[in-house]
Write a protein that binds this ligand. Structure first.
Ligand SMILES: Nc1ncnc2c1ncn2[C@@H]1O[C@H](COP(=O)(O)OP(=O)(O)O)[C@@H](O)[C@H]1O
Ligand SMILES: [Mg+2]
Length: 241
């Protein structure tokens, strides 16, 4: 469904992604893991159209996404929860959610979508009139995910879902994301520094280092691989003697 093929991305003269290729199939949860500065957010922003590619292509159901402006990419069903949530603090929770439904097909069904989001995160309904800036970190993450869902995406991109959240809240978000993936067949592309978490949620995963994809596979296999354990899970190689 989403195909990223041999893309190069730069910030000015500085190259941030080298020859990156990956695919995300319908209904999958795919994760991209890697350390700080590896290029995860750069890839997310590129898919969303905030950064341009200098080589390769990005294709979604046979439409070239990399040639479209940001709002047209949202219309193609791609919606991102950015790193650090980026909600509008001076607007109410409800106004933030409505911002997510600014594209046309989504606007017509926004009352229905809103009801679904309130079912996923009931606290957002309780706080609908409150200024978003007064929400706790976890509630802001719920709002950011809710806002992204308001555009009725086919593919939800989540950049650093767990950052700054308590383990209990992280478990709650995992449950919700896995639930909507299963029930609504929503495709999810999840970027995480918490490699253990990401691989335990996803079907497949890719590993990025210094702007290059250096590994990929079934999430279960990656979780068991010695390289991943050593590099990201802080485990020593098992002593084979
Ligand atoms: N706005 C920017 N201008 C220049 N370089 C940037 C910018 N944003 C990120 N970078 C660089 O691109 C690389 C990848 O960053 P990023 O995609 O944010 O990594 P990650 O999300 O994996 O932590 C890093 O070397 C970072 O310093
Ligand atoms: Mg990042």
């Amino acid at each position: 469904m989403l195909e990223i093929s041999h893309i190069d991305v730069y910030y000015g003269d500085l190259q941030a992604l080298w020859d990156v290729s990956l695919t995300i199939g319908d209904g999958e949860i795919v994760t991209l893991v890697g350390s700080n500065g590896a290029g995860k957010s750069t890839l997310m922003k590129t898919i969303s159209g905030l950064l341009k590619i200098r080589a390769g292509y990005i294709d979604c159901d046979s439409i070239r996404l990399d040639r479209l402006p940001v709002h047209r990419i949202v219309e193609q069903g791609i919606s991102m929860v950015p790193e650090g949530r980026r909600i509008f603090p001076q607007m109410s929770v409800l106004e933030n959610l409505e911002m997510g439904a600014s594209i046309n097909p989504a606007r017509k069904v926004r009352q229905h979508t809103l009801k679904r989001i309130y079912e996923l995160f009931p606290i957002l309904k309780d706080r609908a009139k409150q200024l978003a800036g007064t929400l706790s970190g976890g509630e802001q993450q719920m709002l950011a995910i809710g806002r992204a869902l308001m555009s009725q995406p086919k593919i939800l991109l989540i950049d650093e879902m767990s950052l700054g959240l308590s383990p209990l809240l992280v478990q709650e978000f995992c449950r919700v994301i896995k639930g909507i993936n299963k029930l609504s067949k929503l495709t999810v592309f999840l970027v995480e520094q918490d490699v253990q978490l990401a691989l335990s949620m996803a079907h497949r995963g890719y590993v990025i280092e210094n702007g290059r994809i250096v590994g990929q596979g079934e999430a279960k296999e990656l979780l068991c691989s010695e390289e991943i354990k050593e590099a990201y899970l802080g485990m020593e190689k098992a002593d084979k003697t």
